[in-house]
Design a binder for this molecule. Structure first.
Ligand SMILES: Cc1ncc(C[n+]2csc(CCOP(=O)(O)OP(=O)(O)O)c2C)c(N)n1
Length: 902
C-alpha cells in the first residue's frame, strides 16, 4: 500500500498514516473492543480522555481528533426504517428533475441571455425531495403561545428551479409561470403592461431567478441568492426563535430551521460567521445541509484535499453535531466486507479532484482507476459488473440514507446539526454534465442529451415531448400525485409559502413623546441621547414594550445605551452563570434567559442578521417585533450592505440606527470611521426610508411615523435614521413642522431681514435659501446670521431631514405628471421653494451627491456643499472648515451666489 506521508498537507484531512506494526495495532484494538463489550461506551470515552491527557503530558503529537472516517455517520445498525414509498418518490423526483431542467432549457432556447442552472439542482434534488416528503413541516405562524408554526427552509439559491418545479406539481404554480422563468417584468409584447420606474415591483407572471420575497411575496420567504447570506441568516433565525421562546413571546419548540447551502458557498466569510454562536447557544432547532458535490462554479472546491473532511473538522471544532452522509445503500455491503480497511484507505487517499473525475466517468473507468489500485479492493468488487459500479450512489442521492441522516438530525438535542451530504454535480446529466468541469454553466442540452436524461430517469415522455421540452405533470389521480399531496398534507401543507398575516399594532401618539418634542431647555444633548431616551420610553409602552428588540454589536456604551442592560437585560440562552464585576452598581451588566437586548459582540453581519429575523418576524412567525439595531454608521451600509439589501428583499420592518454618524461630527476617529456615504447608499434601496435629522424633535417625529407606517399600516418599509454624538441645545418642535419633517424639509428660520424688506425696507435686498441637514443644519443657521450681519443678505434656513425622501417624492410627481398632463402635481421641494427668492445652497455632512439628489426640483441656482473625499482626524470645527461645510464656508458660497445674481 502507498506511503501516504508524502501526500503533503493538502491531504491532511483525509490521511490515515501508514501502519508500521499491524499486529500490535490489532492487539490494541481487540483489547479496546473487549473493554467496550465488558464496560460500555462511556467507559471507553473516559479511557480515551485519560489516554489523550497522558499523551499530551508525554508530548506525543495528537492526530486530528475532530475527523471521523470517510463513511456515513449513521451506521447500518442505527439506520431507521425508511417510511415512504421509494418507487413513487423516485418517480416524483424524476419528474421534478425534468421540469426544473426544462425551465432552464426552454428559457435559454428562446432567449440565450436569460441564464440559469441545471447542474446544481441535479445534485440537490434528492436532498430537497426527502425533506419535502418527510420532514419540512408547514403550518400557520402564530401569535399565541402554543400555536403551531411551520419549519423555515432556506433553499440553495441556484436550485430554485427544483422548488418551482415541485410547486408546479403541487398545483401552486402554473405552466405559464414556469414558462416565464426569469422573465418577470411582463413587458414583452402581449404580456401585460410594461413595468414603470414607479410601478409595482412585480407585474409579470414570471418566476424570479433566485429566492426573492420582494419579487414573489407569497412564495419565497428568505433571500439566499448572494452566497453566504443564507447560512448566516438561518443561524440567526434559529437563535431568534429561541429568543422569542425565552422571552415568552412565542412557543417555537419543535420548529426547525433548515438551510441548504453549497460546499463552495462555505468559503464565504458569512457562511462561517455564525458557527460558534450556533453551538454556544445550543441551537438544536437548526439543521444545515451542505450539498457537497465537490464542485463550485469554476472547478473543484478542494481539488487537492477534501472539503467534507475539512468542514467536518471546522464544524466539530466549533461544537456542532456533524452527520456525514457520504455513501448510498449499495456501498453498505462493500464496507461490511472491508475487513482490512482497504476500501476506507482508498477513499482516504482519494482527493476531491479525483472524486470529480470518478463522477464524470463510467463504471469501467471507476473500476480500473479506483478499485483496481489494490488487489484486495479489486476482489471486493469482483462480483459487480461495470454497470453495477456505475450505479453505486453517493449518499446525497439515496433517499434511504438521506432519511437516516435527517432523522438523526431531527432527534439530536443540545447542538445544531450540519449534514455533509456528498453528491455529484449535474447528477444524471451523463457525459453532457455530470461531474464536468464546466457543468455549472450548462444551460442548454441538445436532443440527444435530453433523450438520455429521459431514459436515465425513466420519464414517460415521447420524442415529441422531448423536442418541445414540454413540462410534464401526471394526472391528478396518478398514484404519485396522490402520494405527493398526501405527504404534504401529513406535514401540514405546502411550502415555501410566505405569509404577511400578523396583527396590526397601535403605536403611541406623537404627543406621548412630549419630552423629546419640548426640547432640552437649555441643556446640551445629542440626538443619540434623544434616541436612547425614546427607546427607553418605548420599552415601557404597554403595547410595544415587549416587541422592541434592541440590538447592538458591542457599541452600547459608545451610544450611551448601557442603561438598558439592567432595564431589560441582555438575552442569553444560559442566563447569567457569573456574578458581574459591576453587580453592586444600579445599572449592572445583566444577562438573562428572558433578556430583551441582543448583544452580538463585534459582529455587524451577525447583528444585522438578528435584525432581519426580528424585522421579518411578522411574516415568519406572525408575531410583529420592532427591532432597533444601533451601529457605527460607517459599519452599516458600507460594511454589510449586502445583508441590508437582503433585508430589503425580505420586506423587513424595523429601524436601523446609524449612530456616531457624519464625516465631521465623529471628529477624532478618522478615515475609517467617518461616514460620508451611508445616505447615498441608502437612497439606492427602494423600501429604505432614510433620514438625517438634526434635532431631537425631528428624531421623535420620524420614529413615531416609522412605527405607524410599519406596525399599524403594515407597509413593507424599513427606516435608516442617523443620530450623532455632538451635544447641543435641543430646541422645541416648531408649530406645524411635522409634515415637513416627515416629507423631508421644512422652513426652520425665515430671515428677519426679509420680513423687514417686505414691509417696504430694503426692497431689492439679496436673499438666499440655505438647506442644512444633520448637524450641518446648525452651521447653516450660523451662516444665516453671518450673511445677515456681515453681508446684508437675507437668509432663510430650511431643515432637510431627508434628501432621499425628497427625491423619491420628486420622482413620483414626475411620473404622475407624465401620466396626467392635465392634472400636474408639484413636488414637495417645488412646493417649499415656490415663493422663496434667491439662490439655494445645500450642505450636509455627507458627500455632495446626497444634496444633489434633489437638483431636478430646485428652482434657479442650486449649489451643494459636502464632505467628499476621505475623512481624517481633527476637531469638528477644523474638519468642517476643511470640507467647507462650516458656517463661514456656507456663508461665503451663499454670498457669492447671491451677489452674482444680485
Ligand atoms: C456573493 C456571491 N458571489 C458569487 C455568486 C455567483 N455564484 C452563484 S452559484 C456559484 C457557485 C456555487 O457553488 P457551490 O456553493 O458549491 O454550489 P453548487 O452549485 O456547486 O451546488 C457562484 C460563484 C453569488 N451568487 N453570490
Amino acid at each position: 500500500m502507498t506511503d501516504l506521508t508524502d501526500l503533503g498537507s493538502s491531504a491532511f484531512w483525509r490521511v490515515n498514516p501508514r501502519d508500521a506494526d499491524p499486529l500490535e495495532t490489532r492487539e490494541w484494538l481487540e483489547a479496546f473492543d473487549a473493554m467496550i463489550e465488558a464496560e460500555g461506551r462511556e467507559r471507553a470515552t473516559y479511557l480515551l480522555r485519560r489516554l489523550l491527557d497522558h499523551a499530551r503530558k508525554r508530548r506525543v503529537q495528537l492526530p486530528p481528533v475532530l475527523n471521523t472516517p470517510y463513511r456515513n455517520s449513521v451506521g447500518l445498525a442505527d439506520q431507521p426504517q425508511f417510511p415512504g414509498n421509494l418507487e413513487l418518490e423516485q418517480r416524483l423526483s424524476s419528474i421534478v428533475r425534468w421540469n426544473a431542467l426544462a425551465m432552464v432549457v426552454r428559457a435559454n432556447r428562446a432567449y440565450p441571455e436569460l441564464g440559469g442552472h441545471i447542474a446544481s439542482y441535479a445534485s440537490a434534488a434528492d436532498l430537497f425531495e426527502v425533506g419535502f416528503n418527510h420532514f419540512f413541516r408547514a403550518g400557520p405562524a402564530g401569535e399565541k403561545i402554543g400555536a403551531a408554526g411551520g419549519d423555515l427552509v432556506y433553499f440553495q439559491p441556484h436550485s430554485a428551479t427544483g422548488v418551482y418545479s415541485r410547486a408546479f406539481l403541487e398545483g401552486r404554480l402554473s405552466e405559464a409561470q414556469l414558462a416565464h422563468y426569469r422573465r418577470e417584468t411582463g413587458s414583452a409584447a402581449g404580456e401585460g403592461p410594461p413595468a414603470s420606474a414607479n410601478g409595482p415591483a412585480h407585474q409579470g407572471q414570471g418566476l424570479s431567478s433566485y429566492p426573492h420575497p420582494w419579487l414573489m411575496p407569497d412564495f419565497w420567504q428568505f433571500p439566499t441568492g448572494s452566497m453566504g447570506l443564507g447560512p448566516i441568516q438561518a443561524i440567526y433565525q434559529a437563535r431568534f426563535m429561541k429568543y422569542l421562546a425565552g422571552r415568552g413571546m412565542l412557543d417555537t419548540a419543535g420548529r426547525k430551521v433548515w438551510a441548504f447551502v453549497g460546499d463552495g458557498e462555505m468559503d464565504e466569510p458569512e457562511s462561517l460567521a455564525g458557527l460558534s454562536l450556533a453551538a454556544r447557544d445550543g441551537l438544536d432547532n437548526l439543521i444545515l445541509v451542505v450539498n457537497c458535490n465537490l464542485q463550485r462554479l469554476d472547478g473543484p472546491v478542494r481539488g487537492n484535499g477534501s472539503v467534507i473532511q475539512e468542514l467536518e473538522g471546522l464544524y466539530a471544532g466549533a461544537g456542532w453535531n456533524v452527520v456525514k452522509l457520504l455513501w448510498g445503500s449499495d456501498w453498505d455491503s462493500l464496507f461490511a466486507r472491508d475487513d482490512d480497511g482497504v476500501l476506507l484507505q482508498r477513499l482516504h487517499e482519494t482527493v476531491d479532484g479525483e472524486f470529480q473525475t470518478y463522477a464524470a466517468t463510467d463504471g469501467r473507468f471507476n473500476r480500473e482507476h479506483f478499485f483496481n489500485k489494490y488487489p484486495e479492493l479489486q476482489a471486493l468488487v469482483a462480483h459487480m459488473s461495470d454497470d453495477d459500479i456505475d450505479r453505486l450512489r453517493r449518499g446525497g442521492h439515496d433517499p434511504v440514507k438521506i432519511y437516516a441522516a435527517y432523522h438523526t438530525a431531527m432527534h439530536h438535542r443540545g447542538q445544531p446539526t450540519v449534514i455533509l451530504a456528498q453528491t455529484k454535480k449535474g447528477y444524471g446529466m451523463g457525459h453532457w454534465g455530470q461531474g464536468k468541469m464546466s457543468t455549472h454553466q450548462q444551460k442548454k442540452l441538445d436532443l440527444e442529451a435530453l433523450r438520455a436524461f429521459r431514459d436515465r430517469f425513466s420519464l414517460p415522455l415521447s420524442d415529441e415531448d422531448i423536442e418541445q421540452v414540454r413540462f410534464f405533470k401526471p394526472a391528478a389521480e396518478a398514484p404519485e400525485m396522490k402520494y405527493l399531496h398526501a405527504r404534504r398534507q401529513a406535514l401540514g401543507g405546502y411550502l415555501p409559502a410566505r405569509s404577511a398575516v400578523a396583527p396590526k399594532l397601535e403605536v403611541p401618539a406623537l404627543s406621548q413623546f412630549a419630552r423629546m418634542l419640548e426640547g432640552s431647555s437649555g441643556r446640551e444633548q445629542s440626538t443619540t441621547m434623544v434616541f436612547v431616551q425614546m427607546l427607553a420610553q418605548l420599552l415601557k409602552d404597554a403595547v410595544l414594550g415587549k416587541r422592541i428588540v434592541p440590538i447592538v454589536a458591542d457599541e452600547a456604551r459608545t451610544f450611551g445605551m448601557q442603561t438598558l442592560f439592567r432595564l431589560v437585560g441582555i438575552y442569553s440562552a444560559f442566563g447569567q452563570l457569573y456574578e458581574p464585576e459591576d453587580h453592586d452598581e444600579l445599572l449592572y451588566y445583566k444577562e438573562a434567559k428572558d433578556g430583551q437586548i441582543l448583544e452580538e459582540g463585534i459582529n455587524e453581519a451577525g447583528a444585522v442578521s438578528s435584525w432581519i429575523a426580528a424585522a421579518t418576524s411578522y411574516s415568519a412567525h406572525g408575531t410583529p417585533m420592532l427591532p432597533f439595531y444601533a451601529f457605527y454608521s460607517m459599519f452599516g451600509f458600507q460594511r454589510i450592505g449586502d445583508l441590508i439589501w437582503a433585508a430589503a428583499d425580505s420586506r423587513s420592518r424595523g429601524f436601523l440606527i446609524g449612530a456616531t454618524a457624519g464625516r465631521t461630527t465623529l471628529a477624532g476617529e478618522g478615515l475609517q470611521h467617518q461616514d460620508g456615504v451611508s445616505h447615498l447608499i441608502a437612497s439606492t434601496i427602494e423600501n429604505c426610508v432614510a433620514y438625517d435629522p438634526c434635532f431631537g424633535y425631528e428624531v421623535a417625529v420620524i420614529l413615531q411615523d416609522g412605527m405607524r407606517r410599519m406596525l399599524r399600516e403594515q407597509e413593507d418599509v424599513f427606516y435608516y435614521v442617523t443620530v450623532m454624538n455632538e451635544n447641543y441645545v435641543q430646541p422645541p418642535l416648531p408649530a406645524g413642522a411635522e409634515e415637513g419633517i416627515r416629507r423631508g424639509m421644512y422652513l426652520l428660520r425665515r430671515s428677519p431681514l426679509a420680513a423687514g424688506a417686505k414691509a417696504g425696507g430694503a426692497k431689492n435686498m439679496p436673499r438666499v435659501q440655505l438647506l442644512g441637514a444633520g448637524t450641518i443644519l446648525r452651521e447653516a443657521l450660523a451662516a444665516a446670521e453671518i450673511l445677515e450681519q456681515e453681508y446684508d443678505i437675507a437668509a432663510d434656513v430650511w431643515s432637510v431631514t431627508s434628501f432621499t425622501e425628497l427625491r423619491r417624492d420628486g420622482l413620483e410627481c414626475e411620473h404622475w405628471n407624465g401620466e396626467h398632463p392635465a392634472d400636474p402635481r408639484a413636488s414637495w421641494v417645488e412646493q417649499c421653494l415656490a415663493g422663496a427668492r434667491g439662490p439655494v445652497v445645500a450642505a450636509s455632512d455627507y458627500v455632495r451627491a446626497v444634496p444633489d439628489l434633489i437638483r431636478a426640483w430646485v428652482p434657479g441656482t442650486y449649489l451643494t456643499l459636502g464632505t467628499d473625499g476621505f475623512g481624517r482626524s481633527d476637531t469638528r470645527a477644523a474638519l468642517r472648515r476643511f470640507f467647507g461645510v462650516d458656517a463661514q464656508g456656507i456663508a461665503r458660497v451663499a454670498a457669492r451666489a447671491a451677489t452674482r445674481r444680485g
